[in-house]
Design a protein around this ligand. Structure first.
Ligand SMILES: [Zn+2]
Length: 247
């Protein structure tokens, strides 16, 4: 009993220290003394580096997987953010209902920008949104997060034709070609192949962001922002982040 309360105390101290380190002030939930998250401010956003932004996304996903997401008073966060927003990251992820990105990264109101589109593909409007998030609004990290068993990836592999979806899936097709030919079946029934295409898709999007946006490319070269890819596992809730050049 004593040991567990010491461990719990250590845990809350570590979380509090992590929040202070990211410039985010914490308080404690009235009924259970669990740490509560407050909102991002101009000062907390300015104090954060791309590396710290990535560390907070990783820590948030670890909290989510462990069932230890921070308590949030959402109505209070709505009021606190009404006058302005200072998100520390922008995440491009899939439309899939099983990957609600703020929840799986344990982030609250005003913490991250979120762009969601089937297959987490890039287009001019998404690219413009990323530029808005970083250049105009101060976000320190772009994260592109695909997921396992993605229906959009499977649709592209199966060459699905369906209204406007056809054009969207065309954007995924270069990722199919990017997976080297080997003995495995290149079909949507082969989950390993589907996930390899998802990973290739994320990596192509990362490359495209640099190539198609002089604004973001310059910010990356100056280490003003970081760029990272990752894959969300629908079975475990875990995000595996790839190696990054975030500093
Ligand atoms: Zn998907």
């Amino acid at each position: 009993m004593k040991n567990s309360s010491i461990r719990f105390g250590l845990f809350t101290s570590l979380v509090a220290a992590a929040l202070v380190a990211t410039g985010c002030v914490s308080s404690h939930h009235a009924c259970c003394s669990m740490p509560m998250s407050s909102v991002q401010t101009k000062a907390s956003q300015a104090a954060m580096t791309p590396t710290q932004a990535l560390a907070e996304l990783k820590a948030g996903n670890e909290r989510f997987v462990a069932g230890k997401s921070l308590h949030r008073d959402f109505p209070a966060q709505v009021k606190a953010t009404a006058g302005g927003q200072y998100p520390f990251a922008v995440v491009l992820s899939c439309l899939d209902s099983r990957q609600p990105i703020e929840i799986v990264l344990d982030q609250g109101v005003g913490d991250i920008f979120s762009a969601r589109v089937a297959g987490n593909v890039l287009n001019d409007d998404i690219l413009g949104s990323l530029e808005f998030a970083c250049k105009a609004s101060g976000a320190k990290l772009i994260a592109v997060i695909g997921h396992s068993n993605c229906g959009a990836i499977k649709g592209a592999i199966d060459d699905v034709q369906l209204g406007n979806l056809t054009g969207l899936l065309t954007k995924v097709k270069p990722a199919i070609d990017a997976v080297p030919e080997d003995d495995q079946a290149r079909t949507s029934k082969n989950y390993k192949f589907v996930d390899e295409v998802s990973e290739a898709n994320v990596k192509l999007v990362l490359k495209e962001i640099r190539e198609r946006s002089p604004i973001l490319s310059e910010m990356l070269d100056k280490d003003e922002i970081g760029l990272v890819g990752g894959m969300y596992d629908l079975k475990t809730g875990k995000v595996q982040f790839y190696d990054t050049d975030a500093k």
